[in-house]
Design a protein around this ligand. Structure first.
Ligand code: CAA
Length: 380
């Protein structure tokens, strides 16, 4: 066992940290207020190679491991988790799925521009009535000659308004349940695709969340990924990796709130001393540090298992559930440590608390992670 990062892992962590602490910090509060998409930052981070960190260099990716990816997401999310989720979805829900299961044509045509960040990808699984209950897909994909015809609505789509490449999950054979579901690569300008309103979210406000509607959209048969009926398995396998990214994001949000709390506790004085000298505050810092350390160990273990080619579905569910719940607790305590200052925007911790909440909801709620974990315990 080796807890040291490799030179390459350290390098990517430092690059992400430098960019976040030098550039993202400048306008993160403004973007939280206006919910403006971080166009300039995504362009810069694309040039630095962050949109395809794990993709094989032969498709213009960074060729790095999953640990490097989690370090990058953690550092970016310490400052700005809206940017963190755009990078995470592009890398682990879209690029990974196409690279792992797509054809050579899919990789040349779609993976390469996404890995470079020239095009952004989105993952279209959730529906108005199929969030946690993801097998209940109502979007249909009916075969018609050389095409499938897509009809339906997808909800809560990260990068829904900016992505030009969609991975769409849809039901082809309802009588087969989840075994009748397929996944397709679709470009956003296909006739019949319309983008719904921009969601006005509580947190991660500058990530771009939309619904997407399909009316008789023709998708060529060669754009289906895998065998007929592979779509649900594809979605689950892809989400296993996505959840490592969201766990790393939660770790970053928690770390951001922790760093600010330590600094504030050293500076703020009450009753004649810095508040860090009060046990009530010092113990909070201690509890925060332990939960951050636990989160990090779970995130790195899941990432390591994935890099070893071993089963990581339970490990990623554990990492996501623990890190998200820890981030919610840590950010709430950070607001408490800051008192009245924590409740106003310029101290950042109320924003981090709003952002932490989403990590308990998307890519599978904390309750869904417990379903996955408990089923793996009880299956034998
Ligand atoms: N890894 C691999 N396979 C999995 C899996 C996992 N984590 N979870 C389920 N499966 C497989 C099962 O093995 C089963 O396959 P077989 O029939 O071949 O055995 C199949 O999927 C169906 O599973 P279940 O029978 O367990 O179905 P279920 O309906 O009881 O439960 C569920 C399924 C685990 C709850 C699933 O619906 C789920 O994960 N729901 C949450 C969906 C989710 O995470 N949505 C996030 C949306 S994407 C998003 O947020 C992106 C974004 O933009 C940020």
């Amino acid at each position: 066992m080796d807890f040291n990062y490799t030179e390459e892992q350290e390098m990517i962590r430092q690059a992400a940290r430098d960019y976040a602490q030098r550039e993202l910090i400048k306008d993160v509060l403004e973007r939280d207020e206006t919910a403006a998409y971080p166009t300039k930052h995504i362009k810069n981070l694309s040039e630095l190679g962050f949109m395809g960190i794990m993709v094989d260099p032969k498709y213009d990716g960074g060729g790095m491991d999953t640990i490097s990816y989690t370090l990058a997401i953690e550092e970016i999310s310490k400052i700005d988790s809206s940017v963190g989720v755009i990078i995470s979805v592009n890398n682990s829900l879209v690029c990974w799925g196409v690279e792992e299961y797509g054809t050579e044509e899919h990789k040349e045509k779609y993976l390469r521009p996404m890995a470079r960040g020239d095009k952004i990808g989105a993952f279209l699984l959730s529906e108005p009535e199929a969030g946690s209950d993801a097998t209940s897909q109502r979007t249909t994909a009916i075969p018609d000659g050389d095409f499938y015809i897509l009809n339906g609505t997808k909800n809560w789509i990260t990068s829904g308004g900016t992505a030009s490449i969609f991975l769409v999950i849809a039901q082809t054979h309802p009588e087969l349940g989840h075994k009748g579901i397929n996944v397709f690569i679709l470009e956003n300008d296909a006739p019949g695709v319309s983008i719904g309103k921009h969601e006005d979210k509580m947190g991660m406000r500058s990530s771009d969340t939309h619904s997407v509607m399909f009316t008789d959209v023709k998708v060529p048969k060669e754009n289906r990924i895998g065998e007929d009926g592979f779509g649900f398995k594809f979605a689950m396998e892809t989400l296993n990796g996505g959840r490592i990214g969201i766990a790393a994001q939660a770790l970053g949000i928690a770390g951001g709130a922790f760093d600010r709390s330590v600094q504030y506790s050293r500076e703020r004085k009450t009753f004649g001393t810095e508040i860090a000298n009060h046990q009530a505050i010092a113990f909070k810092l201690s509890d925060m540090a332990v939960r951050i350390e636990n989160s990090r160990l779970l995130v790195h273990k899941a990432a390591w298992l994935k890099d070893q080619g071993r089963n990581f579905s339970t490990a990623s569910a554990m990492a996501k559930q623990y890190a998200a719940d820890a981030a919610m607790w840590i950010t709430t305590e950070a607001v408490q440590i800051h008192g009245g200052y924590g409740y106003v925007k310029e101290y950042h911790v109320e924003r981090l608390m709003r952002e932490a909440k989403l990590t308990q909801i998307y890519e599978g709620t904390s309750e869904i992670q417990k379903i996955i974990i408990s089923r793996s315990i009880l299956k034998d």
